[in-house]
Design a protein around this ligand. Structure first.
Ligand SMILES: [Ca+2]
Length: 97
C-alpha cells in the first residue's frame, strides 16, 4: 500500500525486512570477519545487533546458533544457514520470499 512516503524499496515493510534467502546468506556471510566461511556465535551476534535487535539477549542468539548448528561444531557453515532462516524470521525481523 502506497502511503506517499517516497520510494525507498529497501525500507522494512510492516516491521519486516523482505529479503531472499540468497540475499540473507550473502548478508550473513558479510559478518564472517575471520573469513573461515563459517559464522561463529560472536559473528552471529554482530549480525543480530546490526539488525537493531537490541532486545536480543545473548541467550537467544546462542539458541539460534545451537538450533541451526546441526553438527554441533559451534559454527554455522553455508549448509547450515538454511536452518537459521526460521530463527531469522522470528528473531531478526526478516521475511523471506
Ligand atoms: Ca567466521
Amino acid at each position: 500500500m502506497a502511503l506517499g512516503v517516497g520510494g525507498d524499496r529497501s525500507k522494512a515493510v510492516s516491521g519486516k525486512h523482505e529479503i531472499t534467502v540468497d540475499e540473507f546468506k550473502k548478508w550473513l556471510m558479510s559478518f564472517d570477519y575471520d573469513n573461515d566461511g563459517k559464522i561463529s556465535l560472536t559473528e552471529l551476534r554482530a549480525a543480530v545487533r546490526s539488525r537493531g535487535s537490541w532486545f536480543m539477549t545473548t541467550k537467544k542468539s546462542g539458541r539460534g546458533l545451537s538450533e541451526a548448528d546441526l553438527d554441533g561444531s559451534g559454527y554455522i557453515d553455508e549448509n547450515e544457514i538454511d536452518s537459521l532462516l526460521n530463527f531469522a524470521e522470528k528473531c531478526m525481523g526478516f521475511k523471506f520470499y
